[in-house]
Design a protein around this ligand. Structure first.
Ligand code: 3H9
Length: 694
């Protein structure tokens, strides 16, 4: 049963008991209404307390029920709140830990609210692309005032209960045992004659409501460009302020039902569950014991190593930072300090914290100093010989049970593991640059990586606030393997008739943060060149446009050389279309006997995105990623794929795999079609009428 009903001292205590966070799914809702009824019928009960078991009062509506019949099956949350609010016996919500979304809306329907300090109070629906749909946009402004409420609704950010202590949201903050306090409060309330107060009867008072609402609208304009929810939140609050509670409530409902159907909401919910699903590895049980990580070693104090070290310092973990030369070590330390100083300047970090973090670094030139590290991450040059030296040395000095991690982005983790006598302790930790900023962490699982090593690094990733996704060993892992196919298509389109700026513009309009050519100029065109040279050796049959090599041969490596696919003015990052490059592209087509054609923006987008999708599907075929949502998390957190589209695999589901497969076959029949062998998974799912995420 998702709800527990007990009597305590003449008070009915309804305890939501639906782990993990007391989501208000159908059975929980039913249990609450039944509890209210039971209390009404029991003459010995004078009042009711609603509270939550375990780690939350309630995390809100059960998101997994959205767009299923259960979401609208009576009693809906509206009916539940009506039953609570309409109860003749007073209802007290006893709030602890988390009261979010529908959970807070339920509490707002109660006559009184008693909270424990430290409880997180939020209406986070906007983060799921919806708005509070059970009265939150109407009752919260009446409880905490227009400004606080609008800020909470539009940002979705939690506020601690004690910060709201002086508002009508809380009648008391209980310092001692919450349930004792709530029962006592209920007893006193039960002894008074009704009617008991209802939040809906309060007025929204504000000296200039219209002005503030307009201000809120302006503030969300940037984020609301691609998401409809923030404006709807404001519209619903405004409706309640101008037209009164009932009309506001009806309008809120209308908006909720419309928003929950939008692709943006689907994408945000997909990302919410995708992030949590990524931390679960199918064949690694959730109760796998983890190794203690109390000290970390980082090898290499360059941009990557320094960034990696900062993650651990930020989480309060001491770091031994190793370099081969004092100069490099000093430079690395200075860069870390400079990064922290920039945060202090922006007011994001205090000077004390800067000092505390720097004090956690133990700089060294000696491998022996890594002997007490529980985890050692190397960020040295990407060359197998160099890795061999490092891992052989680590095998000598690292303590037994230490996790040995490589930050390689291209090399075979199995080979690296084989440089040690403890391959079970070796794992890939592929951070993305800048490593202290980017959310994504690809955890590369070698053939022999032990389960407890994986469980440990997944837990550690949470501590350092990364989205960790497990990838098997293959060239490029999940992210770079897919991006290679995307870039291949971008290059083919250049020789077929497009120009760099057109390709970038089209895909940026689709929502990518940066098109392939701007991205390549930023990362350095020589990096891709080095990979391609390796490909030409290892896979001579792989068909590649050589246009990018042509560019590199002229030394146009991108921003760092002041010229790449674009021109750059000295000291500026603005990408200016380059006449010289455009002419080079056109000359290349001519030389190859290719008749250039006009390529529509739609084709550019389709080819780039489907190249990702098809390779993603192959990655699933091979078991490199265990689920489609993992691939989406990689692209959302590491490659600038538009969040409102949910990642390439969800986007493919939205297009429909039947259509995806047709498009792939169409491109397979065109010039450069050899890049388009459809993945088995695409063909299978298309024929079954399913999607990657169904
Ligand atoms: C809403 O209320 C709509 C109403 O306005 C109108 C209705 C008509 N449903 O994050 P964690 C699961 S919309 C279903 O790792 P934490 C989560 O998937 C809702 N499941 O823990 C995970 O499952 P698993 C508005 C949910 O302690 C597990 O709980 N509410 C829900 O770090 C643990 O989650 C929100 O948007 C849910 N509502 O953080 C709140 N919530 O173990 C969203 C969580 O299988 N939730 N799960 O992977 C959160 O922000 C955090 O989960 C919370 C706990 C702060 C509650």
């Amino acid at each position: 049963m998702a709800v527990d009903y007990t009597i305590r001292d003449g008070i009915a205590v309804i305890t939501l008991d639906n782990p993990p966070v007391n989501g208000l799914g159908h059975s929980t809702r039913l249990g609450i209404v039944e509890g209210i009824e039971r209390a009404r019928e029991d003459a010995a009960v004078s009042a009711i307390v609603i509270t939550g078991a375990g780690r939350a009062f309630s995390g809100g509506a059960d998101i997994t029920e959205f767009n299923t019949p259960k979401a609208t099956q009576e009693p809906t949350l509206h009916t539940v709140i009506q039953a609570v609010e309409g109860s003749a016996k007073p209802v007290v919500a006893a709030i602890h830990s988390v009261a979010m979304g529908g959970g807070l809306e339920l509490a707002l329907g109660a006559h009184y609210r008693v909270a424990a300090p430290g409880a997180q109070i939020a209406l986070p629906e906007v983060k799921l692309g919806i708005l509070p749909g059970a009265g939150g946009t109407q009752r919260l402004p009446r409880a905490v005032g227009l400004e606080t409420a609008l800020n909470m609704i539009v940002s979705g950010t939690p506020v601690l209960s004690e910060k709201l202590a002086n508002t009508a949201l809380f009648d008391a903050i209980a310092e001692g045992d919450l349930l004792d306090a709530a029962v006592k409060f209920a007893k006193d309330a039960g002894a008074r004659s009704g009617p008991h107060p209802k939040v809906r009867d309060r007025k929204v008072v504000h000296p200039n409501a219209e002005g503030f609402i307009q201000f809120a609208r302006n503030s969300v304009a940037a984020i609301a460009k691609n998401f409809p929810a923030p404006h709807k939140c404001i519209d619903a609050v405004e409706a309640g302020v101008k037209q009164g509670f009932d009309k506001g409530l009806a309008f809120e409902r209308e908006c909720f039902l419309a928003l929950v159907q939008t692709p943006e909401s689907r994408a945000l919910r997909h990302a919410f569950f995708g992030e949590r699903a990524a931390s679960k590895i199918p064949d690694v049980p959730s109760n796998t014991p983890v190794r203690a990580i109390e000290r970390v070693g980082v090898i290499g104090a360059g941009t990557m190593g320094g960034g990696i070290a900062m993650n651990f310092l930020n989480a309060g973990l001491p770091v031994t930072l190793l370099e081969t030369k004092q100069e490099a070590l000093d430079r690395g330390l200075a860069t870390i300090r400079k990064n922290y100083e920039a945060q202090v300047k922006k007011g994001k970090l205090t000077a004390e914290k800067l000092d505390a973090r720097m004090a956690l670094i133990q700089p060294t030139l000696a491998y022996d100093d890594l002997a007490d590290a529980d985890l050692i991450v190397e960020a040295v040059f990407e060359e197998l010989g160099v890795k061999e030296q490092v891992f052989s040395k680590l095998d000598e000095v690292a303590k037994s049970g230490a996790i040995l991690a490589s930050n390689t982005s291209t090399l075979d983790v199995n080979k690296i593991a084989a440089f040690t006598k403890r391959p079970q302790d070796v794992v890939g930790l592929h951070f993305f640059s800048p490593a202290n900023v980017m959310k994504l962490l690809e955890v590369v699982r070698g053939e022999k990586t032990a389960n407890d090593v994986l469980a440990t690094v997944m837990q550690l990733a949470k501590k350092i606030r990364k989205t960790a996704v497990v990838s098997g060993v293959c060239d490029g892992f999940i992210g770079n393997r897919m991006i290679e196919q995307y870039i291949r298509q971008a290059l083919f389109m250049l020789e077929e008739g497009a120009l760099p700026a057109q390709v970038d513009r089209a895909i940026e309009k689709f929502g990518f943060a940066m098109g392939p050519f701007r991205m390549s100029d930023l990362a350095g065109n020589d990096i891709g060149w080095a990979i391609r040279k390796r490909r030409y050796q290892e896979q001579p049959d792989l068909h590649y446009s050589r246009i990018a090599d042509r560019l590199c041969e002229t030394g146009r490596f991108g921003q760092k050389t002041g010229a790449g696919w674009y021109d750059y003015k000295a000291g500026e990052r603005n990408a200016l279309p380059s006449k010289l490059v455009d002419e080079m592209v056109i000359a290349y087509s001519k030389e190859r006997g290719i008749e250039r054609r006009k390529i529509a923006d739609d084709e550019i987008v389709e080819r780039l995105v489907l190249a990702l999708v098809n390779e993603g599907a192959k990655i699933l075929d091979e078991g490199i990623a265990s689920k489609a949502s993992d691939i989406d998390m990689v692209y959302l957190t590491g490659y600038g794929f538009p969040l409102y589209r949910g990642g390439p695999m969800l986007y493919a589901d939205t297009v429909g795999l039947y259509n995806v497969e047709r498009a792939i076959r169409k491109y397979a029949a065109q010039p450069n079609g050899d890049a388009w062998a459809p993945a088995k998974r695409v063909t299978e799912l298309a024929s079954q009428g399913k999607g990657f995420n169904s």
